[in-house]
Design a protein around this ligand. Sequence first.
Ligand code: 3AT
Ligand code: MN
Ligand code: MN
Length: 537
Amino acid sequence: TQQKRQWGVTQPISEAQPTEADLKLNDLLVEALKAENNFETPEGTDNRMKVLQHLQNVVEEFVRRAGKAKNLPQSTVDNGGGKIFTFGSYALGVYGPTSDIDTLVVAPKHVYIHDFFNIFPEVFKEMSDAKDITEFNPVPEAYVPIIKMEYRGVPIDLIFVSLPSLSSIPSSWKDISDKSLLRGLDDTSMRSVNGTRVTAEMVSLVPQVKSFRHALRAVKLWSNRRAIYGAVFGFPGGVAWAIMVARICQLYPFACGATILAKFFNLMLKWHWPRPVMLKHIEEGSLNLRVWNPQIYPQDKAHLMPVITPAFPAMCSTHTIMHSTKGVLLEEFQRADNLVNQIHAGRKSWMDLFDGHTFFTKDHKYYLSVVAASRNKEAHGTFSGLVQSKVRLLVKGIEDGDAGVDRARAFTKGFERVHRCRNEDEIDRVVQGNLEYQVKDQLENGASNGDGGDYHTIYTTTFYIGLTLPEGKASTSPRSLDISFPVSEFKRYVTMATEYDEVQMSVRVVHTRNYQLPDDVFQAGEEKPAKPVKEKK
Ligand code: 3AT
Ligand code: MN
Ligand code: MN
C-alpha cells in the first residue's frame, strides 16, 4: 500500500475533505479578496513573467561579462551560467497588483558582490529599453545589499549571492535548498540566500498550495488592516505569518482556504505559547551555524511566540514580539475567531474580517509622537530607517518599566512629511512635531529644493505610539507618567548608531493628545477625535 505522508511534526488534526458548505464559504472568501483588489490581473502576471525572463537574460550576460573582465579561461566564462530565484509574495503566489518581485541572483564563485554593484547595472541598462527603467537604486551598504528598482512598472528588490562551492550555475539548476551550499558563505551572503531557501522549503512542506495561498492572502490582508504586520514594530512579518498558515495547512491537509483561515485564528488563539510553531523537526547544525534552541540559548528561551523558519539554520522569525504585541495579537485572534463564528452562522461576511484598525480614531487618548527629522533628503531615508528600527525598543522600555502605562503600542507605519522653514527657530519647532511649516503638496523638488532662496527644507518621519493608561488613571495627564528613562534610552540607541549625524538629524519624543493628531494619519471615512468641550482635571 502507498505510504501516507505525514505533513509536519505531528499527526494531522483532521483529514476531512471540504463539505459543500466549506466550498461555498471559500468561494465567498475568494470573492471578498477579489473585491479588495488582492489579485494581480492576468496581464499583470504576464508582464511579471516577462520581467523575470529579462532579468534571467541580463544575469547570464552579467556573469559572462564579469568572468571576461577577470581574464578567466574562455570555458569558465562560457559555463558560468547564473540564475534568478524569487522569494517573498511572488514566489509564494500571494502577490497583488502593487507587490514587488523579490529576486535573488545566484552567481558562480568567480563573480563577486562587488561585480553585482559595478557590472550588473551597466549590463542591465544596456539590455533594457531606457523608458522601462523608472527607478534604479543600488544600496550596497545595506544589511542585505540590494538594488531596488522599477522595471516595466514592476517594483523589484534584487539581491545577490555568489556560491563559493560552484564554478557554474546552469539555468536548469534548482537546488537552493541543499545546505552544503552554505559552506564558505559570509554572514551577508547567508542573509541574502535565506529568504529564498525558507520560501522554497515552506512551499514543499504544505500539502495543498492552493488552500495555503487563499488563506495566506486573507491573513496578510487582515493583519495589514489591523496594523499587526511587521517584525520591525514587534509583530509577525510576512515570513512568520506564512509559516503559521502553512502549519495549519499541515494539520488540515485536505481543507480549503476558508477552513484553513477559520482554524488559523482559533488555533493561534489557543496555542500553548511559547510552544514553537514549526513545519518540520529542526535540523541540527554541522557548519558551525547557530540553530534556534531554547534549551541552550537564553535569548531563544525568551521568545514569547516562536515561529521557526524551516530552512537550515532554523531561526525564530518572531524574535521581536514582546508582551504588549503578544497581547494585541491574542486580542486580534479572538476578534477574528468571533467573526468567523458569525460568518459561519451567516450573520457576518468575510469583508467584516478585513475592517480596518481604529488606532487613531478610538483606541487611545494619549499618543507619543516620535519625530525623526533631517536637513538632507538622502540622509533622511537612512535616518528614518534607523529610528524606525528602534521604536519597538521604546515601546518595550515603557512596557518593562513602571511608568504606570497599561500598554504602549506602535503604529506599524511612519508618516513622512516635508517642511519649509525660514530660520532656526522654525526648524526647532518642526523637529518637535510642529506642522505649521509643512509643504502639503510635496513641491519640495521645485523652487525650494535644498536651501534655495531663504528656505531650509526639513524632512520628517513621525512614528506614533498609542498609550493605554490604567482605568483609574485615564483622566490624569500623561505628562505625569514617568517615561523619561525609556525615552532617554531610546534616544541613546539612535544617537550612538554610526549613521547618526547630530548636525543633520534629530529625534524627539513628544506627547500628543488624540485631538491633536494631524489629518494625514486618518484615512478616508475616519473621523478625527474632537477636543472635549471642557477638560476634566
Ligand atoms: P509584498 O507583496 O511584497 O507586499 P512580501 O511578503 O513579498 O509582500 P516584502 O517584499 O517586504 O514582503 O518582503 C519579502 C521578503 O524580503 C521577506 C523577508 O525575507 C525579506 N525582507 C523584507 N524586508 C526586509 C528587511 N527590512 N530586512 C531584511 N529582510 C527583509
Ligand atoms: Mn515582496
Ligand atoms: Mn520586497
